[in-house]
Design a protein around this ligand. Structure first.
Ligand code: PMP
Length: 420
């Protein structure tokens, strides 16, 4: 029989080839390759500012980044990075456990714990590693992890890494969570609930007040990933748990430095004395190189700056609300939420891809999400805002969405505002 599909050189003999599973990807890539700007491989040639880039020779408005506080070009952060590279070198060339724990990693841990009002903090190489290390290590064979269905891929990966039983509950549905908790032994302390403070695709907040009530009632632990909420929500920018006034009830908070803090890296904070033990048992901490000195130093500077300048958060919120209102006024189907992530439902897959590509050709970059990566298997465009965007640039972005939307028949004249 012939090989159905093979990338390997040599005679086609096998019925089932190791590489067969890549065929759907190859087909999809081929389909998209006819577009002037094929999605998912966009190359940014130049970064002109926190909100302007050059793509395919064209100046483009960036509304597809999580640069919430707009700090990527802040002179204080750049200076801190340069100084750290000169002092500590450009790389750590080893893991935290071996030779990659420098004084600046430890200093950042103290500063994160202090900022988040917790006893302990651990710094990881990325936010993805933070979730792998924490959730993957917490979930043992006797345990049950209950996670919101819309959790980020890193949380799903972490669940696979551990050996706990995994139960998904409906997105942002405390009622479904309760139904699932009620089937488990109420008195056992083998349960971990995992949610995000603010969900990365739809931009909606977890109802943490209700989730905390349930976790107390059913004797569970709670881990909240504040990747998209740190620096955005809460009186001091600690995140969604602070926003709901439940910080003291969350056992583990994970997050990333790659959004509001404009660097790379991840963290976990906790008031529980078990956290420092993860330095010795979390594989995603132990077996990967630690964050580069330049990034760790810029994150420390960003943390200070975020504390000193709460007005950045006000600017961010003004920008986000201006855009949410603007899209609704134009008649786009805006996904419900109140955060700097404003997602739009455009239509079927072909229409969504073509609209995204037309936006790129017209000087707008946002994120394209297609099934199976999307909630409810819809197709959507995610836009996200920054304290650095100016009014002029945001109004220009809206006018481009409107023009291209009308040209493509996505917006009809006289369309009533919608939400989804
Ligand atoms: N958690 C969530 C909710 C995220 O959205 C992301 C990144 N998009 C991560 C974790 C991973 O963070 P990092 O990019 O630092 O690996």
């Amino acid at each position: 029989m012939e090989t159905k599909y093979s990338y390997a050189a040599g005679p086609a003999v096998a019925t089932i080839d190791l590489l067969d599973k890549f065929r759907p990807y190859a087909d999809a890539v081929e389909q998209l390759s006819g577009l002037a700007n094929p999605p998912f491989r966009t190359v940014i040639d130049q970064v002109l500012s926190p909100f302007e880039v050059v793509i395919a020779g064209r100046k483009t408005i960036m509304i597809g980044s999580n640069n919430y506080l707009g700090l990527t070009f802040d002179p204080e952060l750049i200076e801190a990075s340069k100084e750290a590279a000169e002092t500590f070198g450009v790389g750590t060339t080893g893991s935290r456990m071996a030779n990659g724990s420098f004084s600046i990693h430890q200093a950042l841990e103290h500063e994160m714990a202090q900022f988040m009002g917790k006893r302990h903090a651990i710094v990881f190489t990325t936010g993805h590693h933070a979730n792998l290390a924490m959730i993957g290590t917490l979930g043992g064979p006797q345990d049950v992890i209950l996670l919101d269905a819309e959790c980020h891929a890193s949380i799903y990966d972490a669940c696979r890494l551990g050996s706990a039983q995994i139960i998904r509950f409906r997105h942002n549905s405390p009622a479904d969570l309760e139904k699932k908790l009620a089937r488990l032994d109420r008195s056992s302390r083998h349960k971990l609930i995992v949610v995000e403070g603010c969900y990365s695709m739809s931009g909606d907040l977890a109802p943490l007040d209700e989730i905390v009530r349930l976790k107390n009632e059913y004797n569970a632990y709670l881990l909240v990933d504040e990747a998209h909420s740190l620096g955005v929500f809460g009186h001091t920018g600690r995140g969604a748990a602070e926003h709901f006034g439940v910080d003291d009830d969350v056992e583990f908070i994970t997050g990333t430095f790659s959004k509001s803090l404009a660097g790379t890296g991840g963290f976990c904070v906790s008031h529980l004395d078990v956290l420092p033990l993860f330095h010795y048992c979390a594989r995603a901490y132990m077996f990967t190189a630690s964050g580069t000195p330049a990034s760790i130093a810029s994150v420390r500077a960003a943390l200070q700056l975020m504390r000193r300048k709460p007005e950045l958060r006000d600017r961010l919120w003004n920008n986000a609300r201006r855009m949410r209102d603007g899209f609704q006024r134009l008649g786009f189907a805006v996904v419900n939420g109140d955060s700097p992530i404003v997602s739009l439902l455009i239509g079927d897959q072909t229409t969504t891809v073509l609209f995204w590509e037309a936006l790129v050709r017209n000087g707008i970059y946002c994120n394209l999400f297609l099934p199976p990566a999307t909630p409810k298997n819809g197709c959507m465009l995610r836009t996200s805002y920054s304290a650095a965007h100016t009014r002029e640039v945001l109004d220009l972005a809206l006018s481009i969405f409107e023009r291209v939307g009308r040209e493509m028949g996505i917006l009809k004249s006289g369309t009533e505002p919608q939400s989804a």
